[in-house]
Design a binder for this molecule. Structure first.
Ligand SMILES: [Zn+2]
Length: 66
């Protein structure tokens, strides 16, 4: 894995530890840097936030269908 990728979240310059697809990431309310491609690079901190946000959304969607 390349170790010189930087987090794609706006105003964050931390090294990326995870990659998520833009489709998946679009549900999370986080602003990205201009020029972010189809792959979103996330640092440790933002990956955690992304996971937390996903969990919330997944739960809401499940409830909607119950
Ligand atoms: Zn970050």
């Amino acid at each position: 894995m390349s170790h010189n990728k930087i987090c794609s979240v706006k105003d964050c310059d931390d090294a990326a530890v995870k990659t998520v697809s833009r489709d998946k990431f679009s549900v999370v309310n986080m602003e990205l840097k201009g020029g972010a491609g189809r792959k979103i690079y996330l640092c440790k901190k933002h990956y955690k936030e992304y996971k937390k946000a996903r969990k919330k959304i997944d739960r809401l969607e499940r409830w909607r269908w119950m």
